[in-house]
Design a protein around this ligand. Sequence first.
Ligand SMILES: *Cc1c(COP(=O)(O)O)cnc(C)c1O
Length: 389
Amino acid sequence: MTKIEVNIDALEHNLRQLRQKVNQHHASSLVMAIIKANAYGHGALNVAHFLDQKVDYFGVARLDEALKLRKLGIQTPILVLGGFFSESELTQFVEYNIESVIHDDAQIKKLQNWQKENQENRSKLSVWVKVDTGMHRLGFDPEQIPSVFETLKTLPNIEKPLHLISHFANADQPENSLNQKQHQCFEAVIASLPKEILGKKTLVASSGLLTLPDAYYDMIRPGIALYGISPFTGKTSKMLGLRQVMTLKSHIIAIKSIQKGDAIGYGSIWTSTKMTQLGVIAIGYGDGYPREVAQNAPVLINGRFIPVVGRVSMDMLVVDLGANAQDKVGDEVILWGEELPIERIAELSKLSVYELVTRLTGRLEIDYVYDKDNHNCKNDKSFNEREEE
Ligand SMILES: *Cc1c(COP(=O)(O)O)cnc(C)c1O
């Protein structure tokens, strides 16, 4: 079957690794697992279920993502990174105990109005004030922050102290000079605030967490690294001590012999230079496998790397198994997994790893597995049972 497998043991391994790394530098740092965009294609509700109470926070982009988690019974604190957009959203943030980023003046106005209309409501909203330290996406200018804090301090429906958040623009390039500048700017903002009103501070996501130990502060916000995928071009997760959590799998649905000179697929962009056997695989760009992938990009079949040939179509792609191949219809095909890093496929499609995982479509089922489910593992019960047969 064509599907995604998510390995919970690998996920927990990565969480342990990241916690260990942080604790070496800043023992009290909390971990916010970023599970926006359906947990980067890994299934947000299940990932949240497995990590509930094991991480300190969940981070999502939008309120509806947070509401789904609360309705599932997730207890862990949740921060909505995009913040609230309306007063009716504000009511839901408070009702479901969801924390919000606040990043512009329009939100402060809405907060003040909501305050007036909800004076009898004693529930409070926890907020993370976002400062734009140089990315120029969301956030107040650094010099605005003291007055934002002053204003929020006077609102009784806002939980005190107030937290502070910012985000790096180029942390995936450790040598980039903007990193230092953003970090210094964050420091200056902290210094401009009265200590008693300032709560937690958080700056790094995955790449900063792997390269900027001085910037851990009170909380790290790993997304991509938690899933065992490297945010750095030219580095795989293995090099970082992480395990790729996701395996994308399919199977051979047809095998066909062709002659020298036969062209295959849409546009006939690949022509065989020899007699060979083609394998037709039941996965395509309609599942999220990149149509952009280079000719001869590898898939893994029966332990061999086999090249993709011709254009990837919506529901299928074709590989060149070789003239003497013994592979059969039904054999498993790995498009990416621990033995075939997704970073490699990203490189060969000129796409980011972030885009590859988030563009997987709803047609793919997600199975949650453990190491012991892997039939290649030694000491595995089902492996032993098969030996005895
Ligand atoms: C998406 C996001 C993260 C996680 O980024 P990764 O590079 O996947 O670790 C952290 N913080 C914010 C504000 C984000 O938007």
